[in-house]
Design a protein around this ligand. Structure first.
Ligand SMILES: CC(C)(COP(=O)(O)OP(=O)(O)OC[C@H]1O[C@@H](n2cnc3c(N)ncnc32)[C@H](O)[C@@H]1OP(=O)(O)O)[C@@H](O)C(=O)NCCC(=O)NCCS
Length: 181
């Protein structure tokens, strides 16, 4: 699996291999990347796109999250194609997003997750993201198995990870690694 920032020359292949009828989701994400407000990461196996995620350089998407955690970079629009789920693609997208965030000198990454998505929340917790109690209504687009894009609004809780913290060695280290607002 290769996870990389979507290059202009990847866009045609992405649209052909992972079409999103009714809404050019990939094009919109690449346009945001060209404006400098985000990086669009795509996971590939050979010519086949497996999933994708946006890294939002403008900070958190939700207003409550932004004001509580200014300077926190949000990983957003994380999606793995349905037939590819449960094989580590989502975890790898998040790991590469964190490397990118660290490489630009940021020390905190965050994700929003809805109460109705306990599987995703479990994955994020396993990767070191901690609940904050900060909630926002978040608009996002997801692509169903027929490639149709759906616009949704969900009530997300912000989960935060300190990227410079080492893996906790004990309870005090674990406490020290908790994100302060
Ligand atoms: C959530 C999502 C990105 C995870 O990607 P993934 O490649 O399936 O995840 P990984 O293989 O790296 O990790 C597996 C874990 O993902 C979580 N998961 C969430 N939804 C899952 C699904 N439909 N199938 C498999 N795993 C899923 C589980 O916690 C699983 O761990 P478990 O074995 O302990 O149950 C992916 O399932 C997805 O695209 N879901 C639909 C869109 C979505 O909910 N996006 C996140 C918005 S916050």
């Amino acid at each position: 699996m290769d996870v990389r920032v979507c290059a202009a020359e990847d866009l045609a292949r992405l649209r052909a291999q992972w079409p999103t009828p009714g809404s050019d989701v990939h094009g919109a994400h690449v346009a945001a990347q060209q404006r400098g407000s985000a990086s669009y990461l795509v996971a590939w196996r050979g010519p086949m796109p497996l999933g994708s995620a946006m890294v939002n350089w403008d900070g958190c998407v939700g207003a409550n999250a932004r004001s509580t955690y200014p300077g926190c970079v949000e990983i957003h629009h994380l999606q793995v194609r349905s037939e590819q789920r449960g094989r580590g693609v989502g975890a790898e997208l998040i790991t590469v997003a964190e490397e990118l965030i660290r490489s630009r000198g940021h020390t905190r990454a965050c994700l929003g997750v809805a109460a109705e998505n306990p599987g995703a929340a479990r994955l994020y917790r396993r990767l070191g993201y901690r609940p904050t109690g900060v909630r926002d209504l978040t608009a996002y687009t997801w692509i169903d198995e027929d490639g149709v894009a759906h616009d949704e609004i969900e009530d997300d809780e912000l989960l935060v990870k300190c990227l410079d913290a080492q893996r906790p060695a004990g309870l005090s280290a674990w406490r020290a690694a908790l994100p302060d607002p």
